[in-house]
Design a protein around this ligand. Structure first.
Ligand code: PXP
Length: 339
């Protein structure tokens, strides 16, 4: 057992030097690595989770023991010092809010394909719009390949896999056909959603509780192909517990009800989503959320502690039309005038 208490300034300078040498991203990666490896069970780090998209850590530290460094079971002095240095830097960053851990944004581009399919033509092309979404800062691109192919087509998903620079989240129903497609494409992750032919959009979450054995095999099959798997579920404790039992890596909490409600009812639904996030985190599940989120209601969901990613489609595409239409009309008008 080793217990070391170097001065705070030494730690800070050491970490700063390391940060300058390897860059903040690698520094954070190392923090994650060391914290996970050595400190998961110590009392002052009360909760550790990793955002797999950004490599940032979500780390809850009890205030009272903020600057206590008791390291157990580490007998390599240089590892200890390095660890202490980067933790010191992390604590400073947290204290001075140099970086804030925030949810990432997954942009759902199904509605681009909806416009194309209205004419069964080649434009607008969701692949091109995925590129623009990435330029705007999207952290991942989400598409739902539906059984009836009403919007996104197989070709879109294959091309997106080839072209996007961020991550591909393939939403799909848990059917044998979709399993085969996912295994060919190997998206970064798959989100399993319920699907009914007659629905306008995904209604309600996946009932994982009633399909445990089937989903265990399905999820296992995807994981064997190195695909991480998420379950789009309602914020209910039994659905969360069963998601863990089935072996999902992530859950995506359905925010549709929250988006529809207002006033005290919306507040109550928000509390349900917050409690669900905490429960899932305690079980080691990474939590995403989505459906119905827009420019008015997103903030409260985004501020939930340990929220990993928000998947948003309709409101972003609607806003793109609103802020882009005037310019596109102007361009057409000037073409007509120039003749
Ligand atoms: N997450 C899931 C699982 C969805 O099915 C959808 C809708 O396709 C979204 C997020 C995005 O919802 P919205 O288009 O309302 O932002």
């Amino acid at each position: 057992m080793v217990s070391i208490k170097p001065s705070h300034l030494d730690l800070w300078v050491g970490a700063k030097m390391i940060e300058e040498f390897i860059g903040i991203e690698k520094l954070l990666f190392n923090i994650v690595f060391f914290l996970k490896k050595y400190l998961k069970t110590t009392s002052w780090v009360t909760n550790i989770a990793i955002n797999p998209n950004t490599g940032l850590i979500l780390c809850q530290i009890s205030k009272e023991s903020f600057f206590k460094f008791y390291l157990l079971y580490i007998n390599n002095l240089s590892v200890c010092l390095f660890l202490l240095a980067i933790i010191g830097r992390l604590l400073d960053c947290l204290e001075t809010k140099i970086f804030k851990i925030m949810a990432t944004l997954g942009v759902n581009i199904d509605h681009i394909a909806n416009v194309r399919q209205a004419r069964k033509t080649v434009e607008p092309d969701p692949v091109q719009f995925a590129f623009l979404a990435e330029l705007g800062g999207a952290d991942s691109i989400t598409v739902h390949l539906r059984e009836d192919r009403r919007h996104i087509q197989d070709r879109d998903v294959f091309l997106l896999k080839e072209t996007i620079k961020t991550k591909l989240n393939l939403e799909m129903a848990a059917t044998p056909e979709m399993l085969e497609i996912a295994k060919k494409i190997i998206p970064d992750y798959v989100t399993l959603v319920p699907e009914k032919r007659e629905e306008v959009t995904t209604e309600g979450g996946l009932d994982v509780k009633s399909n445990v054995q089937y989903l265990k095999n399905f999820v296992g099959n995807l994981k064997d192909s190195n695909i991480e798997v998420s379950a789009f579920i309602d914020p209910l404790s039994d659905q969360i517990n069963y998601s863990k039992e089935i072996g999902f890596n992530f859950i995506e909490l359905h925010t549709g009800k929250y988006a529809e409600l207002s006033g005290s009812k919306q507040y109550k639904e928000l509390q349900r989503i917050i409690e669900s996030t905490h429960l899932a985190n305690d079980l080691g599940l990474i939590v995403n959320a989505g459906h119905g989120l827009n420019y008015y209601n997103v903030k409260k969901i985004a501020s939930i502690n340990n929220m990993n990613e928000l998947n948003i489609g309709h409101s972003i595409v609607a806003r793109a039309l609103a802020i882009g239409l005037e310019k596109s009309v102007r361009e057409m008008k000037s073409l007509i005038k120039s003749n």
